[in-house]
Design a binder for this molecule. Sequence first.
Ligand code: UFG
Length: 326
Amino acid sequence: MKILVIGGAGYIGSHVVREFLDHGYTVTVLDNLSSGTRRNLFGEAAFVHGDIMHPVRLREVMSEGFDGCVHLAALKAAGESMVSPEQYAEMNIAGTINILNAALSAEMPNMIFSSSAAIFGSPQYLPIDEDHPKNPENFYGFTKLEIEKLMEWYDRLKGLKYASIRYFNAAGYDVQGRINGLEMNPENLLPIVMETASGLRKGMSIFGDDYPTRDGTCIRDYVHVNDLAAAHVSAFEHINEMKQSISVNLGSETGVTVSEMIQRAREMTGMPIPAAAAERRPGDPAELVASSAKAKELLGWEPRHSDLDTLIDSTWQVYCKNFSLT
Ligand code: UFG
């Protein structure tokens, strides 16, 4: 089976590529390397330096004949999307329309899409299942929801099957240590904790310590990137066999507070990780936890590496390698 992974040189994309290769698929990566890196490419996968904003090139690549594509190419900073919505509309929505249209003209039957818990907005109940109302509170989440709706129509009108996988908080690195490219200027909690542990930052901020949670800091559902990657392969197999599109939430179903993450990282790395309480970050809900019951039922998916220690340890190993720490 041949799979095209668009955005396959990025943090999540490289783990997805590794998982498809491990399952014996023939993989081609298409990436513009704007945030992905050549370090995340594997010799066994073909690489095309290309951009989803170039529809002609996309059609050329897709016409090589693939059984499906995984689409992870997107801008993903929620805060930035509120300042530069035009960039997010162009890259995320227009870029996906290019992919969908190329898929139709190449008669590519399946698409796996990186969606996000950001489509739900502030939770009206927990855990968040697939039926939860969808009211994105940032433009980034809006783009992901619009793409889900586009895919529904392309299925209804043209029969393109899709799996939309709504990630909660992706974290961790390949537990076998095969992926070592770090994200530049990370905005997410665990990489920031690690940059602080590594001494790249003198200290870090805890955005709000007065939330109605067990220690006053925000609760999130961290899911290991190897577990996310495994869901992509299962989702592809599912839609390819059943000829039926699906949307699933993907999280570990366990809530971890910001303070718990920092404290456990201190214990595991032996580093002080100075952290000071700061103002709340606009748009942060107090608590986000997934129900992954549907992914478990439909895909037989189980989180295997999403416990806090594995999330922290697998990330710390990569920081140690990159910065020659002990
Ligand atoms: N946080 C800090 N200090 C930091 C960075 C983050 O206290 O320096 C806190 C945030 O306020 C939040 C928690 O850590 O409470 C997690 O923040 P992240 O920025 O790592 O992740 P978010 O929950 O904001 O968002 C992530 C993805 C989104 C996705 C969402 C789904 O970035 O794309 O998870 O749950 F939609």
